[in-house]
Design a protein around this ligand. Structure first.
Ligand code: GRF
Length: 186
């Protein structure tokens, strides 16, 4: 039986949103930290905190086959909510269908603006004065599912991609756990 309050976090890299979701877990429980990169930063951090981890190298593995292994690991732990946090892989249609409505992602822009990559550069190039981040439901279409929550930050004169990214990232770390708390009650 899937339990929506049992959350699996999928992360491939730096893992700062994963850490924020763990540190601010309230109203939900992190049942698994999973990665497609066995050496992803954050896996050791999670293990040290007594969290369960699952990591398989996705390189060279058929996409759906990988997703079936991942899904099996989630089922084994009665996970009911999948939180993507810097998971640098497009999920297969099979996985999206199986977990429909139960996968969320955090994206560093105010969707529907700037889907895809290089969001901060694109916001600066456009001369925007406001940037931000969005938590949304994952569907087959990239960064296009229902927006569950957003946070805005100002773009300051002289901002670079790095300075803007740091400001948005701090907002992400506050937004994601808050939205998760509400989402798992659906
Ligand atoms: C974040 O900017 C997030 O919005 C995007 O990927 C980045 C992941 O960073 N989806 P981290 O691994 O959580 O530090």
């Amino acid at each position: 039986m899937r339990d929506p309050k049992r959350v699996a976090i999928l992360s491939s890299g730096r893992g700062s949103n994963m850490r924020a979701l763990v540190e601010q877990a309230e109203g939900y429980e992190v049942a698994l930290v999973a990665s497609n990169k066995p050496h992803a930063a954050g896996l050791d951090w999670a293990r040290e905190r007594g969290l369960e981890t699952w990591a398989e190298d996705s390189k060279g593995v058929d996409k759906e086959q990988f997703d079936r292994m991942l899904s099996h690991a989630l089922d084994q732990r009665r996970v009911g909510t999948v939180a993507l946090a810097g998971f640098m892989r497009i999920l297969s249609p099979w996985f999206v269908e199986k977990w429909r409505g139960r996968i969320v992602n955090i994206h560093p822009s105010l969707l529907p603006k700037y889907r895809g990559l290089d969001t901060h550069q694109r916001a600066l190039d456009a001369g925007d004065t406001v940037a931000g981040c969005s938590v949304h439901v994952v569907t087959e279409e990239l960064d296009a599912g229902e927006v569950l929550g957003q946070a805005e930050v100002p773009i300051e004169p002289g901002d670079t991609v790095e300075s803007l990214e740091a400001r948005v990232l701090a907002a992400e770390h506050a937004l994601y756990p808050r939205v998760m708390r509400e989402f798992v009650r659906r």
